[in-house]
Structure formats: structure tokens, C-alpha cells
Design a protein around this ligand. Structure first.
Ligand SMILES: [Mn+2]
Length: 356
């Protein structure tokens, strides 16, 4: 198991590599290259420039989060083959640059959604929160606008401004697409890119839909154990795997996260784990809480134990954090609370190792 933190290059992050290096037990970062438009090839030069900066700080860059999938691939348009070829080439370039795990998602148009990025808590901290009625009351452009406006000038991955003008048309397109067609488009993509992932030793790790239920009539697929089984069966290669995000899947109270962890880690299909806690106020309303089990609805010990018991050898990151101690940072990606989360998770891991 390797503990890492998400980090954004080119000064697009309030957190420095030096700070990350000083968190005990954190060996690397999950990085991205936000300057490259969706669908274009990530060149070896661009990748190794960032990798070298990370390595020079004494950290590894074995994980990329994310290389986003061009909308034409998800839509199944004839132009998808060009973008798939670019994706194949990006996988090759990443593998040759030492990247071993690639997190991505296959969510149509919207990526993740929250109704408030600075929701106040009784202890004075703020967290990302989701209130289903508030999200449904917005139109998609308003939702996008509120997320971008509250990002304190940092880029918000998944909410790139260039995607916004075509958002309404894209949503209309997907509203008439069946879930079966969406699965088919996914398999078409996987069958084309998995051979490259195998050849260049880059484990692909899909992130669940966040939240795991439909918004604005858009198809949702990676939402529960049954759908994950369907997804993994689309292509049986071990390189077709998961980023198991406890907060995303755990937003649906019907999902038993430790059991999901145990099943898919046991099958060696979890390559990356995002571990965070959430606290529900209603079945579709939740706050992203502190990592500690007693602060949320998820049993962190049971989750980490499921990975430990199944010999998990992938990457873990404390997913999002609260904003504490007056930190100013990209929502969800401050230093302090993610550092606390990493230490808590490493503490559970050490207890499991020594208690064996
Ligand atoms: Mn996540």
C-alpha cells in the first residue's frame, strides 16, 4: 500500500510538494496536467516535466488523476476513434514516464456535483455538502457557475470553463440515450485502450459516479456493487480496475462499503482507493465529514481492514478534506485536514499490521 495525496502542478495548488513531503508516510502524489484540453495527447515532455518536479521534491508520481474522457467517446460518435487513439497514445506516454495507475471517470457531462463548497460546521470548519433538492432546483449551468465561482480562482477538475457552452446540448443528447447504449460505449472504449494499459503497465482505475444517482436525467453507471460487477465484466483484464471512492459510493446508504471493498479488492481489481467519510442528514443529503469513523456514517476501520485483509497493494489517498485552521485552498483540497486523514488511515494500517 502506498499513501499519496492529490496535487495540482503549475502553481494551481495552495499546497506545495515540500509540505506534502513533510507528511509522514506519504510517498507521492496523484497529479494531473490541467493545461491539456480534454481529448488531446499528453506528451512525454509534458508528463516528465511535472514528474521531474515531483521527484525532485522527494516524492513519486505513479498515479495520474485524471485523464478525462472526451465527450464524443461517451456519446459513441464516429469521431470517438480519433480521441480513443489519442487516449491510447497518452497511456503509452504515461507508462513510459513511470506512471502505473490512471484514474478516470466515465460520467456524462457533469462530473461530480455538490450544492455547497463551504458549508459551515458547528466546530467552525467548512466542508463540501450536497442537498438533493437544492441541486435539482438549479439548472446545469447554474450548478456549474456556482462551483466555478466558489473555487477561489483554482481550476475545478471536471468543471473546465471550455466545457460549459456546450453543456446544455450535451445534456439533451444524453437524456435520450439508454443505459445499455452507455454501457456499450464504455466497452468500446475499454476494449480499445486496455491492450495499451497492459502493454505499458498502466492500471486503469475508473472512479464511481458522484453522487451515485441520476441528476438532470443523465445516465449513471458506476453506482453500486452490481453495476461494478457489470463494468468489470465488460473487460476481464486486471488492468480494467477501480478507483474505489468511499465517499462517492457511500453517498448511497444502500451501499455496504466494507463489503464492496472486500469483494473487489479480493479480486485484485481495486488499484486506487479514495478514503473519506460522509455524514448524512437525509438519504440524499450529506456533508463531507472528518475522516474519523465517529464523525461520519462510514466505518473507516472496517474499510481499511477490508483492504488489508485482501492484500491490497495499490494506492490510497485521503480523498477530500474539510477546511480547517483558517486555511485558504481549493475546496476539498486543503493541506491540513487531508494530512490528518492520511495519518489516521496510516494509523489504522499499522494497527492491523501489528495486530496480525
Ligand atoms: Mn473520490
Amino acid at each position: 500500500m502506498k499513501m499519496i495525496l492529490r496535487w495540482f502542478p503549475y502553481g494551481d495548488d495552495s499546497v506545495t510538494l515540500k509540505q506534502i513531503r513533510q507528511i509522514p508516510g506519504v510517498s507521492g502524489v496523484a497529479a494531473m496536467l490541467p493545461k491539456i484540453p480534454v481529448g488531446e495527447i499528453w506528451s512525454v515532455e509534458q508528463i516528465t516535466e511535472v514528474r521531474d518536479e515531483v521527484n525532485a521534491a522527494g516524492l513519486e508520481m505513479e498515479v495520474i488523476e485524471s485523464v478525462n474522457i472526451h465527450e464524443d467517446i461517451k456519446k459513441g460518435l464516429p469521431t470517438r476513434d480519433k480521441y480513443i487513439a489519442n487516449y491510447q497514445r497518452t497511456i503509452k506516454n504515461l507508462g513510459e514516464s513511470g506512471v502505473r495507475c490512471l484514474c478516470y471517470n466515465f460520467m456524462p457531462v457533469l462530473d461530480w456535483a455538490r450544492s455547497d463548497l463551504e458549508h459551515s460546521q458547528p466546530d467552525g470548519s467548512t466542508v463540501l455538502s450536497y442537498r438533493h433538492k437544492e441541486v435539482l432546483a438549479l439548472n446545469p449551468a447554474d450548478l456549474a457557475g456556482s462551483i466555478i465561482d466558489n473555487a477561489h480562482g483554482y481550476s475545478m477538475p471536471g468543471w473546465e470553463p471550455e466545457r460549459m457552452p456546450v453543456m446544455a446540448a450535451d445534456i439533451e443528447f444524453y437524456q435520450s440515450m439508454t443505459t445499455e447504449q452507455y454501457w456499450y460505449n464504455m466497452r468500446y472504449f475499454l476494449d480499445a485502450v486496455i491492450p495499451y494499459a497492459e502493454k505499458y503497465d498502466v492500471k486503469l482505475a475508473i472512479h464511481p459516479d458522484d453522487p451515485p444517482w441520476p441528476i438532470f436525467g443523465l445516465p449513471k453507471v458506476i453506482t453500486n456493487a452490481e453495476n461494478i460487477r457489470t463494468f468489470l465484466a465488460l473487460n476481464n483484464s486486471p488492468y480494467n480496475g477501480l478507483t474505489l471512492c468511499t465517499g462517492s459510493l457511500g453517498s448511497d446508504l444502500n451501499n455496504d462499503i466494507p463489503s464492496i471493498m472486500r469483494e473487489f479488492s479480493g479480486e485484485k481489481r481495486i488499484h486506487f482507493a479514495h478514503i473519506r467519510n460522509i455524514k448524512h442528514s437525509a438519504p440524499k443529503d450529506f456533508d463531507e465529514s472528518a475522516h474519523l469513523s465517529k464523525c461520519g456514517d462510514l466505518d473507516m476501520f472496517a474499510i481499511v481492514k477490508a483492504l488489508f485483509d485482501t492484500g491490497f497493494e495499490g494506492y490510497i489517498r485521503p480523498d477530500h478534506g474539510r477546511m480547517i485552521w483558517d486555511e485558504k485552498a481549493r475546496p476539498g483540497y486543503g493541506l491540513y485536514d487531508r494530512a490528518l486523514g492520511s495519518q489516521y488511515l496510516l494509523g489504522i494500517w499499522e494497527a492491523l499490521e501489528k495486530g496480525r
